[in-house]
Write a new protein. Structure first.
Length: 189
């Protein structure tokens, strides 16, 4: 009986090894194709728990502040902007020029030239002169941020990869001031 059991165990292990070999051969493809490892980019790691732009929620966040901008109000909650559409609320990018009184918790100060900018979740702010308010502004060229919201694309331009988000290209750069030593710089191509 024990010989039969040992034979079954041996056949089981031979089958497993054979399957592993077949899968390895399949993964190598036909002929002499060379496979390059896929790099998993996580430029959004800081914002991984945040809703992705375009996400639709049925109920407005309870702590949302209403910000009136022209005809359509925004609902601002924890650094995220929502717009009401078809009876629901969609996570959106705020319009340039929109003003807020208080920056979101966790914002980063970015110095570009002689000016301070403030950044959070893909949105750049600048302090309004002679005011206690902040304007939503275009990303300043040369700004280096520690993370991007999820939803960026990776684009290759002349053999160099860039992150593309909200019409802006970002280059990955060394940034020892950030926890993981990587930053994302606003570049014009």
């Amino acid at each position: 009986m024990s010989n039969m059991r040992n034979l079954k165990i041996l056949l089981f292990f031979i089958t497993l090894i054979s399957l592993a070999f077949v899968e390895d051969v399949k993964s190598q493809g036909r002929g002499r194709r060379v496979h390059h490892p896929v790099v998993v980019r996580k430029a959004h790691v800081r914002y991984v728990t945040m809703p992705r732009w375009g996400t639709v929620v049925r109920v407005r966040p309870a702590n949302a502040v209403i910000i009136r901008e022209r005809r359509n109000p925004y609902y601002f909650s924890n650094g995220v902007y929502y717009a009401q559409r078809r009876g629901a609320y969609t996570v959106v990018r705020p319009a340039r020029g929109l003003r807020i009184r208080v920056l979101p918790v966790g914002y980063r100060t970015i110095v570009v030239g002689p000016r301070n900018y403030y950044y959070y979740y893909g949105t750049y702010y600048a302090k309004v002169d002679n005011s206690e308010e902040y304007n939503v502004v275009d990303p300043p060229e040369g700004a280096v941020v520690d993370a991007l919201p999820d939803g960026y694309e990776i684009r290759s331009v002349n053999g160099t990869e860039y992150y593309f988000l909200d019409g802006v290209h970002y280059a990955e750069v060394d940034a020892p001031e950030f926890e993981d030593g990587v930053g994302y710089e606003v570049v014009k191509l």
